[in-house]
Design a protein around this ligand. Structure first.
Ligand SMILES: Cc1ncc(COP(=O)(O)O)c(C=O)c1O
Length: 380
């Protein structure tokens, strides 16, 4: 099986944010969507449900819990109790509803920048305050456990962890997560582990689910995730919340029942198809992305050696330091205007990252090469 990418002219007919945010002379390399066609199993299930007018409210879906547990066991040897899985509208809603239970306005929630744009919007949504414990760049964008310890000591109640990390592609190790769990337990803090990018971990790294790490991880941790990122169905709206201890199950039991009802029927059944029947598609897609990450690295090295990119260990996002390329104070805005390439600005991931852009390489080599040529052509 190979992952297919439609021509640019066909992609431009898509209705999603990637294809509607900019006019069509802009090559969109910004939002985290892939250009690959979706898994045939997901497509068939969705087509059948639409054809049969099977579009009511989402009710019981025991298939999903079995599918999630089966995938986690096969892929990561992680044992999940199917009774400890809850549905949510999306990962963002899951995070916000958990913050509502775990914090009151003015409480601190920790993040590790650079980190996914919406981590910076979900926390203020409930009146909580962001406490940043940045990744250490010198060691290849890794968790700084001493700074994390200090942030908990300074009153942070919750850490919203990103594993693997968007935008750096860092995959946190067993040793790091185990120490993190011990630190969280010491402060009776909670770690909400966003693992939405996990299935997109490349073969040369090992993804470690937070809840599989230790007893302290299970006592302090809640995992939020979805198949929507790895199987490219973000518009379908469904996610899950997983726990592995009574303490954390109690926390989740205080979130509204409505999280289930507010998920989409199509999204939930697409998730079943993803986990149960689309692992072959995932592996084929990952092989294409693996080639793309090396191609992206070599294209930057060849055409714009002043840009600094390291190979991500997971997912399809390149975190590129362009501070020496002469793109001014806001490189993403400069490149949109002058190169007609759409990128995410580094500041979306933390205000100190002005010199960075995030480049989405889940597309054809042709589009990657064209985008990097356009970027290199306007460098000074
Ligand atoms: C780390 C991370 N979490 C969550 C999301 C979005 O998830 P959802 O659409 O389910 O809220 C993204 C999207 O790129 C992401 O990178």
């Amino acid at each position: 099986m190979t992952s297919q990418i439609p021509d640019l002219s066909q992609l431009q007919h898509r209705h999603s944010s990637k294809w509607r945010r900019f006019s069509h002379d802009v090559l969109p390399m910004h939002v985290a969507e892939m250009d690959f066609e979706i898994s045939p199993h997901i497509r068939a299930t969705l087509a059948r449900m639409v054809t049969e007018s099977d579009l009511g409210y989402l009710g019981p879906i025991p298939e999903l819990n079995a599918a999630v547990a089966g995938f986690a066991k096969r892929r990561w040897n992680w044992t999940i109790d199917p009774n400890h899985i809850r549905l949510a509208t999306d990962v963002g809603v899951a995070a916000v509803e958990l913050f509502r239970v775990l914090t009151k306005p003015g409480d601190k929630v920790m993040v590790n920048s650079p980190v996914y744009t919406n981590f910076h919007t979900w926390i203020p949504e409930v009146g909580a305050i962001i406490e940043d414990a940045p990744l250490k760049r010198e060691s290849g964008w890794r968790l700084d456990l001493d700074v994390i310890d200090a942030a908990f000591a300074n009153g942070a109640k919750v850490l919203l962890l990103c594993n693997p990390q968007n935008p750096t592609g860092t995959v946190h190790t067993h040793a790091e997560l185990s120490r993190l769990a011990d630190i969280a337990a010491k402060y009776s803090a909670v770690v909400i582990s966003d693992e939405i990018h996990a299935p997109l971990t490349y073969g040369d790294s090992e993804f470690v689910p937070y809840l599989a790490v230790s007893e302290n991880a299970r006592k302090t941790g809640i995992t939020i995730t979805s198949s929507s990122k790895s199987w490219n169905t973000a518009g379908l709206k469904a996610a899950i919340v997983v726990t592995a201890s009574d303490e954390m199950q109690q926390v989740v039991s205080r979130t509204p029942e409505a999280m289930h009802w507010r998920a989409s029927l199509l999204g939930a059944f697409a998730m079943v198809e993803s986990y149960d029947n689309s692992e072959g598609w995932l592996d084929a897609t990952l092989a294409s992305l693996d080639a793309n990450r090396h191609f992206t690295l070599s294209q930057f090295a060849e055409k714009l050696p002043k840009a600094r990119m390291s190979l991500p260990a997971a997912t399809y996002l390149a975190w590129v330091d362009v501070s020496d390329c002469g793109f001014g104070e806001n490189p993403a805005a400069y490149l949109l205007e002058h190169a007609r390439v759409g990128l995410e600005s580094g500041t979306n991931f933390g205000k100190q990252y002005q010199g960075f852009v995030r480049f989405n390489f889940a597309t054809s080599h042709e589009n990657i090469a064209e985008a990097i040529s356009r970027i290199a052509a306007v460098a000074k």
